[in-house]
Design a protein around this ligand. Structure first.
Ligand SMILES: [Zn+2]
Ligand SMILES: [Zn+2]
Length: 454
């Protein structure tokens, strides 16, 4: 970490009413949206919707767990927020919201249940990494009390707006938001995928006027999933055949369970150990079978793998064929403990299951062959490879989804504005959609271009 504490604090400490990019004037006629964060960046989402009657709603309030983290601009006073899913880039700042504005949080039961763990973990990481947070542990209790639970498909009123959560794929409990105002039908994708994963079924399109779509994978196509799995399975088997142990660093919330389910399906003869927060999250997912594509498959995979729950279990896991463990980008977690031991035997290997962000342990290992262990750069002379098990829609899935929604206008958010968005916006425009490229801190109106063109 190269920033001084002082610089970091000034970034996060909101001074209510003075550090918001949100405009003070009421919207003119129409539906206005304003990205506090997540407009022209991946994660860190917070979008305010408001009309001339001053009906106001916040969608998500996260932070970006980068190094150092990024935070959205201070949210204005808002009575209600919809939280699409339980990843920290979508709910990490909600405790601040609830304790400062008494905001109610709307989401699915599973999202609410997992939120507690995500907030405690976020708090823990910020203290270890010495990043101040704009909320403290007591605010977690306030936020937990603020949850209002909604089933998928259940509609509730927010003034004269109608809100409904729809399945988004991505991870269990993840929702898209159907926002119906008297003037416009809007669908906000949250993080979504139209492809099935072991855990979830793909999101289904809906006919709307306006679509907000996450553009994480704009301009990039996913590899053929069957071929990718085949390659992954063969690699695992190869390492096991030569007497090695495979370490699979995986995010706790979604990826760990997807990986274990795939191993159970294709390599049931192996001895697979699972460590980290993903164990508790799997239990929560099993308590909400309505969010799962195949609850029996998750239960079967979970009773098949060995859950590491003590120090002696952890030592035993070193003899396993496969260890699936947090953190997914080798930023702390049991993965580091395992690698510190596995690194001595070149028969072992590391298989990443997703992109390793810059300034993470995973990226350092890929670029330099070293990893920080107890503060010291340590050589990890092991074979490694990366497999793409993303549950975000790829370029083609996004474009097809927008077409199937027959959306007049498409707002591409949650995206890299330099590499990902331009090719995606071009493809969407070619299909006849009016495309908005939101910028954090700048308000825009929905339907404006459309009405102007009539
Ligand atoms: Zn996200
Ligand atoms: Zn997500």
């Amino acid at each position: 970490m190269c920033r001084t504490n002082q610089t970091v604090s000034s970034m996060v400490l909101y001074s209510p009413g003075r550090t918001s990019s949100y405009p003070e004037d009421a919207p003119k006629k129409g539906l206005r949206y304003h990205c506090l964060g997540g407009g022209d960046e991946v994660g860190n989402v917070g979008i305010v919707f408001e009309n001339e009657q001053q009906t106001r709603l916040l969608l998500d309030y996260g932070l970006a767990p980068t190094n150092p983290p990024r935070y959205p601009s201070e949210a204005p006073k808002v009575s209600d927020a919809v939280i699409t899913h339980s990843h920290v880039d979508h709910l990490g700042m909600a405790p601040w919201l609830c304790s400062n504005h008494r905001t109610l949080l709307h989401g699915t039961a599973l999202t609410a249940q997992i939120s507690e763990m995500m907030w405690y973990d976020c708090h823990k990481v910020s203290s270890i990494e010495n990043y101040p947070l704009a909320w403290d542990k007591r605010d977690i209790d306030t936020a937990l009390d603020a949850w209002r639970i909604h089933d998928f498909g259940e509609t509730w009123d927010h003034d004269d707006w109608k809100l409904t959560l729809r399945k988004a794929g991505h991870i269990p409990g993840a929702a898209m938001l159907d926002l119906e105002t008297p003037q416009r039908k809007v669908l906000i994708s949250g993080d979504f995928d139209t492809r099935d994963s072991p855990l979830t079924k793909g999101a289904k399109p809906r006919k709307v006027d306006t679509l907000f779509v996450e553009g994480t994978y704009g301009g990039r196509e996913h590899p053929n999933l069957d071929e990718e799995i085949q390659r992954f399975i063969e690699h695992v088997q190869r390492v096991v055949d030569r007497g090695g142990t495979v370490l699979i660093p995986a995010f706790a919330n979604g990826r760990t369970q997807d990986v274990v389910m795939r191993l159970h399906k294709y390599l049931p003869h192996l001895n697979v150990h699972v460590d980290g927060m993903g164990k508790r999250i799997a239990k929560m997912q099993m308590n909400h079978p309505d969010t799962l594509r195949d609850p029996a498959a998750l239960r079967a995979a979970w009773s098949w793998c060995r859950r590491v729950s003590s120090k002696s279990d952890r030592k035993r896991a070193l003899e396993a064929d496969v260890i699936v463990s947090t953190s997914g980008m080798l930023q702390g977690g049991p993965s580091i403990w395992y690698l510190n031991r596995l690194r001595h035997d070149p028969k072992n290997a590391i298989l990443f299951t997703g992109y390793q962000a810059s300034r993470t342990g995973g990226r350092q290992l890929q670029n330099e062959g070293t990893l920080k262990i107890f503060g010291k750069d340590t050589e990890i002379p092991l074979e490694w490879d990366t497999y793409s098990f993303s549950t975000h829609a790829g370029h083609k899935e996004i474009v097809d989804f927008a077409a199937a929604c027959e959306a007049e206008e498409v707002i591409v958010y949650h995206t890299d504005p330099v590499h990902a968005r331009p090719p995606l916006a071009a493809a969407l425009e070619k299909n006849g959609h009016i495309v908005h490229n939101p910028v954090n801190g700048i308000s825009e109106y929905l339907g404006e271009d459309f009405s102007r063109s009539h």
